[in-house]
Design a binder for this molecule. Structure first.
Ligand SMILES: NC(=O)c1ccc[n+]([C@@H]2O[C@H](COP(=O)([O-])OP(=O)(O)OC[C@H]3O[C@@H](n4cnc5c(N)ncnc54)[C@H](OP(=O)(O)O)[C@@H]3O)[C@@H](O)[C@H]2O)c1
Length: 283
């Protein structure tokens, strides 16, 4: 029976994956980690059949304890706050000290071929998205651990409720700065979770060594999303070019994110559409 440790289990993708495993693959045993006691309590309440544990990826001893006794590890690291040059070696060392693992599943968002060497220092310094992941991937590649990458080089749809839902609800406006606009591929966090759950539940040998590029199926810019929202709610949603809402929501992270967008709108424009989500989930 598979026993998986999810690092980042209180986050958007980690929680959605734990939910997908609970609902569709009840044979998989879950160990769900948070670095905070409140996070552990929240996980235990939400997933009573799972084992919730406290593990901080800056604390090697807690990581070792969390890894021991599991046979797969799924890793999702957040933007802004992660120092991948510490976190990834700590996780690799914990797995090795625990005697190895049948599979490490690592979430990334890297346009195919992009490496840390291609990124200007100002973009790397933002610690956003793929910037972090380009630092983690070479470390995992060199670790000789059995790794599977789930690479969603897309906008994850949770950005929309986060950034624009309130304005759509209250003003029927989609407010985002046009400098951040691009014809992006959008992918639902639930589809990412479905892919992760499938890979975790399958025998490791079916996926080890794979770097799965998963994407949405069509490119949409802000005006096209506004038109879709209008269609769905039956009222006109107007695109407004302003950074006011994003500035308020992101607070201190606004400037790094705007710097990141200068790189992101270019770097992701040639990401090809794949049918990997359909292939892996069968839907
Ligand atoms: N937004 C997008 O469109 C987009 C697109 C592509 C890729 N991405 C990527 O998607 C990922 C974000 O995933 P998400 O939204 O699921 O992240 P999230 O909700 O921010 O979750 C982050 C997780 O990291 C855990 N964590 C933080 N500090 C920790 C520590 N010191 N030790 C152990 N765990 C710690 C948190 O748990 P506790 O706080 O409970 O410890 C939490 O579970 C990022 O890698 C981002 O780059 C985003």
């Amino acid at each position: 029976m598979t026993h998986v440790l999810i690092l980042g289990a209180t986050g958007n993708l980690g929680t959605a994956t734990a939910r997908a495993l609970t609902d569709h693959f009840p044979d998989v045993r879950l160990r769900l980690a948070s670095s905070r006691p409140a996070g552990v309590a929240k996980l235990q309440a939400a997933f009573p059949a799972a084992q919730a544990v406290q593990a901080d990826w800056y604390d090697p001893a807690s990581l070792l304890k969390a890894v021991e006794g599991t046979d797969k590890v799924f890793i999702v690291t957040p933007d802004f706050v992660t120092d991948e040059l510490q976190v990834t070696p700590n996780i690799i060392n914990a797995i090795k000290r625990a005697g190895g693992t049948s599979q490490v599943i690592r979430f990334t968002a890297i346009p195919p071929g992009l490496t840390a060497h291609d990124l200007a220092p100002e973009f790397l310094a933002t610690r956003c998205g793929a910037n972090l992941h380009t630092l983690a991937k070479p470390l995992l590649d060199a670790s000789r651990l059995p790794v599977t990458y789930i690479n969603a080089a897309c906008w994850i749809m949770f950005n929309l409720p986060w950034f624009v839902a309130n304005d759509v609800k209250t003003k029927r406006q989609f407010i985002m700065p046009s400098v951040s606009d691009a014809p992006r591929l959008h992918l639902s966090e639930l589809d990412i979770a479905a892919v992760a759950a499938r890979i975790i539940a399958d025998p490791a040998a079916e996926h080890v060594g794979q770097d799965y590029l998963i994407t949405g199926t069509e490119r949409l810019d802000y005006r096209q999303i506004s038109a879709l929202l209008s269609e769905v709610i039956g009222e006109t949603v107007t695109y407004v070019d302003s950074d006011s809402t994003l500035r308020e929501i992101l607070g201190d992270y606004f400037e790094p994110v705007m710097t990141y967008y200068r790189h992101e709108v270019e770097a992701y424009k040639d990401v090809p559409v794949t049918d990997t989500v359909q292939q892996l989930t069968g839907r």
